[in-house]
Design a protein around this ligand. Structure first.
Ligand SMILES: [Zn+2]
Length: 267
């Protein structure tokens, strides 16, 4: 599993950062199944929030960021240390919400909980709705999507994209040997913040820069919402197209796609 400055792997974080009694551990395992999706967290944002908590609390503070729809904020004091786990929706929250969060977990401020409740309601769409057991597979035979994602995130997005990425399932084509008519090389689900890449790209003859281009394109969908106009949504508004051209191998990737699309359709 790749590690990097901007990556927090939810489950080991629980085990390593917070020592929990055996029985509680069993409960937590229900919440974090082994197939827990990898959660990308902007580490700078996490540290900034932890600093604010530390200023307000007279003791050590350990902050974990989760993607858990069932416990959006949990906190407790153990041996003088404040352990806080919050959903990633608080990392980019407005400062009035962050202040409320700090008051709520350090002083149990009841007034703060109304502000927090509103923020949670407003961000309900960010609560992951993936099937808990659907594993995310980012390491392919030839290309490692997580590795590509992290590199692109650093280079083009300052590490701020918190989405998850997986190879799509190989579609069952049951005896159908005719070439495909179309192939969707990548997709992005805003509800799940999930990027899927078509498994046909996990082949030796598919260059890394082309897979990177697909990943970059889907990351742009995470960053730039579709624009509404004339009753339909334009998923690739002008801003999107401008940003897309900033990809280092943009022309080369398009050229490769033109030359190889037939082979991709057959694979
Ligand atoms: Zn697109």
């Amino acid at each position: 599993m790749a590690t990097g400055r901007s990556l927090v792997v939810a489950r080991p974080q629980v085990a390593a950062a917070i020592r929990i009694p055996e029985r509680m551990g069993a409960q937590l395992r229900l919440v974090f199944p082994s197939a827990a999706p990898r959660l990308f967290v902007h580490e700078g944002a996490r540290q900034a929030l932890e600093r604010k908590l530390r200023i307000a609390f007279p003791g050590p503070v350990i902050l974990s960021i989760t993607d858990n729809r069932h416990s959006i904020i949990t906190h407790r004091v153990q041996k003088g240390a404040l352990h806080v786990r919050v959903h990633h929706m608080f990392l980019d929250a407005p400062s009035v919400v962050v202040d409320a969060l700090v008051r709520y977990v350090t002083r149990g401020d009841r007034d703060a909980s109304a502000t927090l409740g509103d923020h949670i309601d407003d961000n309900g769409f960010r609560l992951a709705r993936r099937k808990r057991n659907a594993p995310l597979v980012s390491k392919g035979k030839h290309h490692d999507l997580l590795d590509l994602f992290e590199g692109i995130n650093e280079r083009y997005f300052g590490g701020t994209v918190n989405a998850v990425i997986t190879w799509g399932k190989r579609p069952t084509r049951k005896g159908n040997t005719a070439p495909r008519r179309t192939i969707k090389l990548g997709s992005y689900s805003a509800v799940d913040r999930l990027i899927r890449v078509h498994p046909a790209l996990d082949q030796k003859w598919v260059p890394r820069y082309f897979v990177a281009y697909i990943v970059y394109h889907e990351m742009l969908h995470h960053v730039i919402p579709g624009s509404r106009g004339l009753g339909r949504v334009n998923l690739h508004p002008p801003e999107f197209k401008e940003r897309e051209k900033q990809f280092r191998h943009f022309e080369r990737a398009l050229e490769w796609e033109r030359r190889r699309v037939a082979r991709l359709l057959r694979s």
